[in-house]
Design a protein around this ligand. Sequence first.
Ligand code: CMX
Length: 134
Amino acid sequence: MKAPTRIEHIGIAVKNLEEAIAYYEDILGLKCYAIEEVEDQKVKTAFFMVGETKIELLEATSEESPVAKFIAKKGEGIHHIAFAVEKLDSLLPKLESKGVQLIDKQPRKGAEEMDIAFLHPKSTFGVLTELCEK
Ligand code: CMX
């Protein structure tokens, strides 16, 4: 596989988006440049640029949201890491043939109009991994 080109973003699960945004802006001095709801993922997201990488804050919009389940089980904190990749659609079957458990067998649309696919944390040493392509 061609190696990922960079860490696209780090996803952080929070209970309250507004309170978390205030921390990143007022204490760390970053600027929230976008807030977006991703309906099919049942999350509201807030984005910050840090160099080439983004921080993506995630607040659940429903109790069935993966983020709500994550917080109920593990509490707030780092939820996933997202790598920028090329040719995501042809990459997924290659990963599957190497034994990686795919959550998404086909790329789908995520925040910021990216094509995304998740890999199951059980096959990635405990880290929910997102692959994304602009
Ligand atoms: N990181 C690491 N481990 C995780 C995890 C995470 N974010 N989420 C769940 N797990 C672990 C659980 O702890 C559990 O482990 P054990 O079996 O050892 O207890 C196991 O995975 C199964 O978890 P679960 O609570 O039973 O939850 P589900 O199986 O229903 O779902 C997952 C788990 C990863 C498949 C699901 O959360 C998912 O599909 N995630 C991808 C989509 C997503 O997270 N979207 C939100 C972000 C949207 C965006 O960025 O746009």
